[in-house]
Design a protein around this ligand. Structure first.
Ligand code: GLY
Ligand code: MN
Ligand code: MN
Length: 468
């Protein structure tokens, strides 16, 4: 109850004081409120942080050999921004391709580890800049000794195509531990017969698996994804700082959209405002395809066409998240394009807000994501809606390097999750979703996006403020 009062108090007080006191901004968004000053230097995780992440992975593995291997780059990589694989990046901090890490664990501790990097390449440097190569600098950055970072041998000028040293490191680890071999990106189900056509055998790890199983028929192969996900789900202070930066940039985008709202704007104009704010805050872009869904489009859960022109009386559901330091935010606000909710819109909106507050009040260590869902739908049902009809999605997921980050059901301090109930009124042609991000703490939780306006009063005070 106390937590509920605090959440409600924060929800009421913060946005109102923001709406009254927000500073005027500069540059292209003059007169727009910019409540989140830029204060987040972009930093990479340091060596000791990376080391402790790998120690946590070894503790989960017990004994065996884990291979983390970057997936093949798409062929248009020179033109599209390359995003490293989240598990590889999380445990190595390396952003280039190819990269591999062999981690040998014994009784829950790191027995050996080796990082494999591509050789220097003048042609790569010409087109893409200098990449991370083996040396003391790369070793320190990754939290390793210099001799633990090696260059993938590349005879005849084909960088990264010869994996001899990598093969030797895995073999040595398997010999020392007896396995199992932990691999990411391997499909479930029976292993295809050698030589048979099977489009599932498409990842680098699957050929690694087939190679080692061919050599040692009784070798156990286990998935790495769940272990890595459990480790990744507990966020460090560094990660929380990056997520907060992504949230602040997203909140800025949300406020600019609300402040500029007026009927007649196209959905893509709202999206443009949000993306502009993201980049002005030093984000690397958007963490997922932005959803700016007006009127009936809000009932399409992952709507991303963003082409409709808004009309008087519309609600606009904007689910937008910036990416900062490779970490995602995931924020949704729904606001009246004309500045005032209708009575029916207000009834639905207030119910969604109360559902979110109920789930937030329940969030503490030990509860499950399903418990939060239960708390939210109870409020929706008691308000007279059929939750099975109006809320077809879950209300929580982990957030981190990926917007839908891996992680367990049961809440532990350090986890970062969303709470995002919605009500979608298919017949009436509008939908409401409200989404915030919460850090689980020892005694409850802290909303990391509490400063983004969301009470009816705060949203109405901000909406259309520039147009007025
Ligand atoms: N933006 C995707 C989600 O809320 O899960
Ligand atoms: Mn979400
Ligand atoms: Mn979302």
């Amino acid at each position: 109850m106390r937590m509920l009062s605090i959440v409600l108090l924060l929800a009421v007080v913060c946005p109102l004081s923001f709406a009254q006191d927000a500073p005027a901004a500069s540059r292209s968004t003059q007169n727009n409120p910019r409540p989140f000053p830029y204060q987040h230097p972009l930093r990479l995780p340091d060596g000791s942080e990376l080391k402790s992440r790998r120690e946590a992975l070894a503790a989960r593995m017990g004994t065996g050999v884990a291979l983390l291997l970057s997936p093949e780059k798409p062929s248009d990589v020179g033109l599209m921004r390359y995003r490293p694989d989240s598990n590889v990046y999380y445990f190595t901090g390396v952003e280039t391709d190819p990269v591999a890490l062999v981690l040998v664990a014994k009784d829950g501790r790191i027995a050996d580890e080796k990082l494999f990097l591509p050789p220097d390449s003048a042609s790569y440097a010409l087109w893409n800049g200098k990449r991370t190569t083996a040396g003391p600098e790369a070793a320190a950055a990754a939290g390793l000794q210099a001799d633990q970072v090696v260059t993938m041998s590349a005879p005849r000028g084909r960088p990264g195509t010869n994996f001899t040293a990598l093969e030797e490191a895995i073999s040595a680890g398997l010999k020392a531990t007896g396995g199992p071999l932990f691999l990411d990106h391997v499909s479930r189900g029976s292993r295809p017969k050698a030589g048979s056509f099977d489009p599932r055998t498409s990842t680098r790890e699957e050929s690694v698996r087939d190679h080692f199983v061919e050599k040692q028929k009784d070798l156990k192969v286990q998935g790495l994804g769940n272990l890595a996900g459990t480790v990744r789900s507990i966020k460090s202070p560094y990660e929380i700082e990056m997520i907060q930066a992504a949230i602040d940039a997203s909140g800025d985008g949300v406020c600019v959209m609300m402040a500029n709202a007026r009927p007649g704007l196209y959905e893509f104009e709202f999206m443009g405002m949000a993306l502009g704010a993201f980049f002005e805050r030093g984000s690397s872009g958007t963490a997922y395809a932005p959803i700016c869904a007006s009127g009936p489009n809000a009932c399409v859960l992952h709507y991303d066409e963003n082409r409709r022109r808004t009309v008087e009386g519309d609600l606009v559901l904007c689910d937008v998240g910036a990416e900062f330091g490779r970490y995602a935010a995931d924020i949704t606000r729904t606001f009246p394009v004309s500045g005032k909710f209708s009575d029916e819109q207000k009834r639905v909106y207030s119910t969604v807000l109360a559902a979110q507050a109920a789930a937030a009040a329940a969030l503490k260590p030990g509860v499950s994501l399903n418990d939060l869902h239960g708390a939210a739908i109870k409020v929706i049902r008691e308000a007279g809606f059929d939750p099975f009809r109006v809320l077809p999605h879950g209300v929580s997921h982990h957030v981190g390097l990926d917007v839908h980050d891996p992680g367990d059901q049961r809440m532990v301090p350090g986890m970062v999750i969303t709470i995002e109930p919605g009500i979608y009124m298919q017949k009436e042609g509008f939908g409401v979703r409200i989404e915030d991000i919460y850090l689980v703490t020892a005694d409850g939780n802290r909303c990391l996006s509490a400063q983004i306006p969301k009470t009816v009063e705060a949203v109405e005070a901000l909406c259309g403020r520039v147009a007025r």
